[in-house]
Design a protein around this ligand. Sequence first.
Ligand code: PRT
Ligand code: MG
Length: 224
Amino acid sequence: MSPAAATAPLTLALSKGRIFEETLPLLEAAGVHVTESPESSRKLILPTSDPGLRLIIVRASDVPTYVQYGAADFGIAGKDVLFEHAAQHPGGLYQPIDLNIAKCRLCVAVRQGFDYQAAVSQGSRLRVATKYVQAAREHFARKGVYVDLIKLYGSMELAPLVGLADAIVDLVSTGGTLKANNLVEVEEIVDISSRLIVNQASLKTRAADLQPLLDAFERASADK
Ligand code: PRT
Ligand code: MG
């Protein structure tokens, strides 16, 4: 390895918003301060108080891609994102720690008044809109329910209101968004939190630099 590569800072991939906010206390627990916020700064590469660690800010669903290809040594991503990513790119990511942050649940929801249980027990074919196609496909296959999956990239809550779908599969945390759109949760699929993911080559070549951070993250997330 060249001397430059040996001293290159470790790169942690994060998405802005809740994952960035909830990662800050974990970094603090490792003695790392982040002085710039991705909300106010337009920079996509953020320095930290540790010259050996920098952050890159990417879309939540792109975090596993940056880590898998080694453009980031490690990253933080929701299990929802990891599940969809794994279906396209099996293997390749080491997922050592459940950080217990950005918690929510993946659910099936329908318009108020739509009798989901009756539709399921009658064996009706359901139109389900979701961003989480893999997780939804597995869930309904396990239940033996026939579904037509409609892939959306956001605002799933709208689909049942305008007749695009009978049901949605989406993340819920407070339930406020469902309520505001006259939707009700009818089934929980799985609890979601975010995991630390590590590039497999970095795990070997950068172990001495990575390990203290992984240990600090593990201790801080165990307290949650
Ligand atoms: O927003 P963008 O399209 O860039 O990507 P993203 O939505 O994947 O990113 P972001 O930052 O919104 O979410 C990052 C991760 O946070 C997700 O991958 C989840 O693992 C986790 N997380 C935790 C959530 C929520 N809670 C959550 N409530 N992700 C999304 N939501 C959305 C949900 O989809 C719904 O629209 O919030 C709405 C429901 O919230 P409540 O509180 O009204 O129930
Ligand atoms: Mg979002």
